[in-house]
Design a protein around this ligand. Structure first.
Ligand SMILES: Cc1ncc(COP(=O)(O)O)c(C=O)c1O
Length: 417
């Protein structure tokens, strides 16, 4: 194992595709105690409780108020079965980060309502808006978490302050300013930006910090997606069991979104689901955490990686400790993919299925081939010839046209990477 891990570190140092895989697929017994099934059920119930309020809040957008996405069939190679979970097109927000971010916001709004004696059906009244308008939500983001919190927080009348790392794209900062969020730019990486945002929020009155590295409400919001997916698979007649396992490819930054979903999926399907985290070769923070086996997650810089990637949402040098405590032993594999493989899949997903994905989301597809190769050499892994492969499309529907055209153009894209 030690030799294997040394090979992984050397491959990462060279900026090449790399795979880390567990000898066995983990069951639900490997889940940590950080969150519980009851917490996940409470998150599902909270989303349901608030759906009519969100529907009314976004009446102009024609949203039914449910943070839910489609399960989309994708043309698979040969006899394989490929599906896409379309979080890239989640209503209003256009990214997976809405699942955690909106859930955390609903927790904040609910707490304020309880404290002030406001019933939920009063939340859209001018009195409630005046109360909510006195409260500030502070968060660090590479763009998508901030946007989800900005869009929904501003709609409730909350003040929102989004701290953005150097990797954040200009258009993501602009669209946040357009909706009235305060944007604070930092010329540093995401881990440092979270620390700065945490410090900026500390001790401020009527302020809540949404901690992308350490929030249980974010995790349970993501975990709620597993039940939604389970219902969709059942409705399509897709069975998940030892003979026909489900392999889920989850783009990973700090680890919250893929971690929460792993929790929810393992709770539902145990070892019949294999969870594959996907990271850029420049920012493989969960891979180095699992391969090094230390108590605290190390930084990717220690392993010669530079955290410089086209996948802004995944440009994270250090994984969340909370996520590793919650699901570290339940992550079955981690694949680090190159920027050019992600770009290749941005183009394929668009040309084959008109899926508008950002590179962070296209990463899921890029992991399929290296993962299958790694799994085939593990004697204790189930055979995957009858597996269903599910690619979690985590963002992209809101990428503006010029930026998307640039991603599709081989000349521009090659110049960028
Ligand atoms: C498009 C996209 N995919 C995946 C992720 C990864 O989520 P997490 O940082 O919670 O691991 C992000 C994070 O911002 C993202 O923006």
């Amino acid at each position: 194992m030690a030799d294997r891990n040394e090979t992984i570190f050397a491959t990462l140092r060279d900026g090449r595709t790399s795979s880390w895989i567990r000898p066995h697929v983990s069951g639900a017994d490997r889940l940590g105690q950080v969150i519980s099934g009851t917490d996940v059920d409470a998150a599902i119930a909270r989303f349901e409780r608030f759906a009519p309020i969100l529907r009314e809040l976004f009446a102009d957008g024609g949203w039914d108020g449910r943070v839910a996405s489609e399960l989309i069939a994708f043309a698979a190679p040969e006899s394989e079965s490929w599906w896409v979970k379309g979080d890239h097109a989640l209503p209003m927000t256009g990214s997976i980060k809405a699942r955690g971010g909106v859930h955390e916001l609903l927790c904040i709004v609910e707490t304020i309502a309880l404290t002030k004696g406001l019933a939920l059906d009063m939340l859209l009244t001018p009195e409630a808006r005046a109360i909510l308008g006195g409260h500030r939500v502070v968060v660090a983001s590479t763009g998508n978490l901030g946007y989800s919190i900005g869009v929904v927080g501003r709609a409730f009348g909350l003040k929102t302050e989004i701290h953005m790392s150097a990797d954040a794209k200009m258009w993501k900062k602009d669209r946040l300013r357009d909706i009235g969020a305060d944007v604070v730019e930092h010329a540093c990486d995401y881990s440092e930006t979270i620390a700065r945002a945490r410090a900026a929020a500390a001790g401020r009155h009527d302020t809540t910090f949404v901690d992308d590295e350490g929030s249980r409400h974010l995790l349970t919001g993501y975990a709620a997606a597993a039940d939604e997916l389970a219902c969709q698979l059942e409705a399509r007649g897709i069975r998940v069991n030892a003979e026909t396992p489900l392999v889920v490819y989850l783009p990973c930054g700090v680890g919250g979104a893929p971690g929460g979903i792993t929790y929810g999926l393992k709770r539902r399907f145990g070892a019949s689901v294999a969870t594959v985290f996907v990271e850029p070769v420049a920012s493989p923070c969960v891979m180095v955490a699992l391969a090094s086996g230390g108590v605290l997650p190390p930084s990717v810089y220690q392993y010669g990686c530079d955290n410089d990637t086209i996948a802004d949402g995944l440009a994270v040098p250090r994984a969340s400790s909370l996520v590793l405590d919650a699901v570290g032993e339940a992550i079955d594999a981690v694949v680090a993919v190159t920027d050019s493989a992600m770009l290749d899949w941005v183009r394929k997903a668009w040309h084959q299925s008109a899926l508008r994905l950002e590179p962070s989301a296209a990463a899921a597809f890029a992991a399929h081939a290296p993962f299958c190769l790694a799994a085939a050499s593990e004697p204790e892994w189930p055979r995957l010839d009858k597996a269903t492969h599910l690619f979690w499309a985590t963002g992209g529907s809101k990428v503006p046209e010029p930026e998307f055209a640039a991603l599709l153009s081989p000349d521009l894209a090659d110049a960028q990477i």
